[in-house]
Design a protein around this ligand. Structure first.
Ligand code: UD1
Length: 420
């Protein structure tokens, strides 16, 4: 297992190109299963989760090949309807195989995804919705077995929570359902709009994506498509915070500032200088920053996927603030590791209370999940001395060319093979 070694204290300066969104690319790649015609998906980042998805598509019966940032897909064999544990366990988003396979084959057996470090993450909202579309579901031998004997039929589905994954899965299933499907209390994230845009280019009839109510009129056939994935707003937020935490200045290119408003508004409130054009954001540290509370929420609220990175920054600001995590029940695993670097943090249920410290001191730390890893990398960049970050395979799931991008911005960072 590799480690990242960071000698902290360098101000980051320069430009960084933001990669395509992981969380958009995953459902979009699964959506290619909905057509037998060739598809080209552009701006796909090179990440472990993308490789897992491509392997998954190939296992199911697609020919999916990644060349640079393009993925091309065609059909190679009759689709299988079984998603085995070995593929599902690597990535929770594997559950997105259900929608397209139910739509195409009227059946799918998926190994149960199980929990993960940041909480139980059940899939009850997905399953309830599939039932509403006419599927019968039983759990047997560790598999969720889903069959729609008469095919899927459109219906009105009300989510108890606007789950991103469930909204995507139901879009993917309902495009071929008979009649009209209405999702009430749907997720509004930009990744949902990206998926709907792609599906509509393929010939589906989806309206309302990006709002609380999405309507899908079932169609008979979808065609091939060429589609470019939106920029990764979570990667972008991480680089904005890198500028703040290292007291530097970074120009983010190929980014959509509208998707980042919740984060840039808070950074401005702290005292960062932020300038935007249609597809760039310039972030500059000009004065001591003030701490600022956040409370995570579904889009357009402050993203839970930026909570850990925000915490790393708040730890170093003079004064007190709090963070409230509302989306996941156990997303504070980075707290103990930040404390190893010198942070003053108190966890109380959904809250973390932060008292600013003068500095972090570099130390060995361990990554528990993707965004916790980003927080530790940011903390290491700001720390005095050397930090070694282990279990970075979590980071490789979500940050394309992380060391290169940070090095180009002036960081002293390298990847080494871990001594056993
Ligand atoms: C997606 C993102 C993830 C982000 C999250 C919230 C991808 C690949 N991942 O995850 O980075 O942190 O949105 O913005 O896009 N829940 C249930 N039952 C369900 C489904 C979800 O209780 O059937 C709960 C989850 O446990 C969690 C919350 O709802 O507490 C949010 O989950 P959801 O919006 O579904 O997130 P994901 O799609 O898994």
């Amino acid at each position: 297992m590799d480690k990242i070694i960071i000698n902290g204290g360098k101000k980051l300066r320069g430009e960084v190109n933001i990669s395509g969104s992981k969380n958009s690319a995953l459902p979009i790649l699964f959506a290619t299963l909905l057509t037998d015609e060739p598809c080209t998906i552009e701006n796909v980042p090179s990440l472990a989760d993308i490789n897992t998805t491509i392997a998954f598509l190939n296992f199911i019966g697609k020919r999916a090949v990644k060349n640079g940032s393009n993925v091309s897909t065609s059909v190679s064999a009759k689709y299988k309807h079984i998603a085995p544990y070995d593929l599902v366990r690597k990535m929770r988003a594997s559950v997105l195989i259900m929608g397209p396979l139910l739509a195409r084959l009227n059946r799918v057996d998926v190994s149960l995804p199980g929990g993960c470090a940041i909480g139980a993450r059940p899939i009850d909202i997905h399953l309830e919705a599939f039932k509403k579309l006419g599927a019968d579901i039983e759990v047997e031998g560790g598999y969720v077995k889903t069959v729609a004997k008469k095919g899927l039929e459109g219906n009105e589905i009300k989510f108890r929570f606007p789950s991103v994954g469930a909204t995507e899965n139901i879009l993917l299933a309902a495009v071929y359902a008979k009649g009209k499907t209405k999702i009430i209390n749907a997720a509004k994230e930009p990744e949902i709009i990206d998926l709907a845009d792609m599906l509509n280019k393929m010939g589906s009839k989806i309206s309302g994506a990006g709002t609380k109510t999405i309507t899908i009129e079932g169609v008979e056939k979808l065609s091939g498509v060429k589609h470019s994935v939106i920029p990764d707003r979570i990667e972008a937020a991480t680089y904005l915070i890198a500028a703040a935490i290292t007291r530097g200045e970074i120009l983010l290119k190929d980014v959509n500032p509208k998707h980042l408003k919740a984060v840039t508004d808070k950074l401005k409130k702290c005292g960062m200088k932020i300038e935007e054009t249609e597809n760039t954001i310039f972030a500059k540290w000009v004065k001591d920053l003030k701490p600022c509370d956040i409370s995570t929420a579904v889009y357009p609220g402050f993203p839970t996927d930026v909570q850990a990175q925000w915490m790393a920054l708040m730890c170093l600001l003079k004064g007190k603030c709090s963070i409230r995590e509302n989306v996941f029940e156990n997303r504070f695993l980075h707290v103990a590791e930040l404390q190893r670097l010198g942070a003053d943090l108190t966890v109380d249920g959904k809250f973390v209370y932060i008292k600013g410290v003068e500095r972090f001191s570099g130390a060995p730390v361990m990554v528990s999940d993707l965004r916790a890893g980003a927080a530790l990398a940011l903390a290491g960049l700001a720390a005095k001395g050397r930090s070694s970050i282990s279990r970075i395979y979590h980071l490789d799931r979500g940050y394309e060319f992380l060391e290169k991008k940070l090095k180009d911005l002036g960081a002293d960072i390298k990847r080494v093979k871990s001594e056993k």
